[in-house]
Design a binder for this molecule. Structure first.
Ligand code: ZN
Ligand code: ZN
Length: 138
């Protein structure tokens, strides 16, 4: 079972199957998901079971498209879904727990990419937390 949850644990989703993950560089997804990009996948709506669905709050980010967040902690739980739902639902990969059977398969809206994000290759990388936090200054 593929599971996702918000930061505070009030909202959870479970799905049996998921699509590949799409990385969206548009400004709305950056703000909604809280990173250099938003990461989303598709599931069949009737295969999603929610826990704490009542804690979700919704924002119509474009006409006819609605995003959902945990009202308590702000975690993005869905992508921009049709207000009039079809058989699929776009879920937020940032909420996924543990290992999942999908990987990032595509990046979209590269033209809107955050100017501060240049990929990970040139940056130092650490298996655990960045050890420089305490010395970090502007
Ligand atoms: Zn929450
Ligand atoms: Zn986007």
């Amino acid at each position: 079972m593929i599971e996702g949850s918000c930061l505070c644990g009030a909202v959870r989703f479970r799905v049996k199957r998921m699509s590949g993950i799409v990385e969206c560089h548009c400004a709305m997804c950056r703000k909604a998901a809280g990173g250099h990009a938003g990461f989303f996948f598709v599931a069949m709506r009737n295969e999603v079971s929610w826990e704490g669905e009542g804690e979700l709050t919704h924002h119509e980010s474009s006409p006819g498209l609605v995003r959902s967040f945990c009202a308590r902690c702000g975690t993005a739980m869905t992508g921009a879904n049709l207000k009039e739902p079809d058989e699929t639902i776009i879920l937020a990969a940032n909420a996924l727990d543990g290992d999942v059977p999908a990987r990032v398969i595509a990046q979209e809206f590269r033209a809107s990419k955050a100017t501060w994000f240049e990929g990970h290759d040139g940056a130092e990388h650490f298996d655990g937390p960045y050890p420089g936090w305490e010395k970090l200054r502007p």
